[in-house]
Design a protein around this ligand. Structure first.
Ligand code: HEC
Ligand code: HEC
Ligand code: HEC
Ligand code: HEC
Length: 147
């Protein structure tokens, strides 16, 4: 199984199909099936409850930051700042053997957040404008997991 999936992954890389498209999103529940601690921690944060801000159907321009998916250019898959809003569209990499191989997972769309700079740049996609006069701290834990 492992080698089959790796072959598929390598084929995907060489065929250049790793760029995101609508079907490339799995949703936070799928990630949480293998990462239940991160899922539980994330569910207690405001990233998980952005839907509560919108009494009706949110505008696409809002979903660029309050949603996960292709908004505002395309559809959002969920009204939440879900796992994939930070980690990248996951359908291609969210398999056990692929995820254990960092370089392969990243080549299939898993965002590289390994340095403070990369991490901050990711946050700044949405947190660029100061809000409520409070400075934004990109080092704030977003799903603290107890060891
Ligand atoms: C079938 C199980 C499975 C699914 C589904 C899954 N993962 Fe993983 N993930 C793993 C395994 C296994 C590892 C590597 C071992 C570990 O660090 O726990 C991993 C590692 C990671 C890492 C750490 C990578 C690193 O280089 O340190 C991140 C981030 C991650 N997964 C995010 C996600 C996201 C986001 C999703 C949903 C799109 C997802 N995972 C879906 C099994 C899975
Ligand atoms: C560029 C990204 C971005 C866009 C676009 C955006 N928001 Fe936000 N919004 C944020 C961030 C980040 C926060 C959290 C700020 C904080 O509390 O520090 C936020 C917070 C909010 C809050 C809570 C404010 C509070 O005081 O607690 C509301 C309500 C809101 N946004 C509504 C909207 C609506 C409606 C739209 C579309 C018209 C929209 N936002 C578009 C990034 C964005
Ligand atoms: C707001 C952005 C954001 C969201 C949303 C998010 N993550 Fe993360 N995640 C990060 C960052 C940043 C790191 C790197 C932590 C570090 O080492 O500084 C990380 C690390 C991880 C790791 C590596 C182990 C760890 O806990 O550090 C896993 C696994 C993971 N995330 C899974 C998930 C899953 C599953 C979800 C959804 C339930 C999710 N993440 C939602 C930003 C996010
Ligand atoms: C896809 C857009 C997006 C990304 C990427 C993102 N955030 Fe957010 N974040 C939001 C939105 C939108 C809110 C406001 C949610 C609400 O209150 O409805 C928010 C709220 C927060 C809050 C709560 C603010 C408060 O006043 O309580 C913190 C803390 C936060 N984000 C930290 C981070 C960090 C740290 C990162 C990067 C590791 C990050 N976010 C990445 C969109 C994003």
């Amino acid at each position: 199984m492992r080698s089959v999936a790796l072959c598929v992954a390598l084929f995907a890389i060489f065929a250049g199909v790793a760029s995101a498209g609508k079907r490339d999103w799995t949703g936070s529940a799928a990630c949480g099936a293998c990462h239940p601690k991160q899922l539980a921690a994330w569910q207690t944060t405001r990233h998980a409850i952005t839907r509560d801000r919108f009494p009706g159907r949110p505008e696409a321009r809002c979903l660029g930051c309050h949603g996960t998916g292709e908004a505002p250019a395309g559809p959002a898959i969920a009204v939440e700042v879900g796992c994939e809003a930070c980690h990248g569209a996951g359908a291609a990499y969210a398999e056990d053997d692929l995820m254990r191989n960092g370089p392969v997972a990243r080549s299939l769309g898993l965002a590289d957040l390994s340095t403070p700079k990369l991490r901050a740049a990711m946050c700044m996609q949405c947190h660029s404008r100061p809000t409520r006069g409070r400075p934004f701290d990109p080092t704030t834990p977003v799903h603290p997991v107890k060891p």
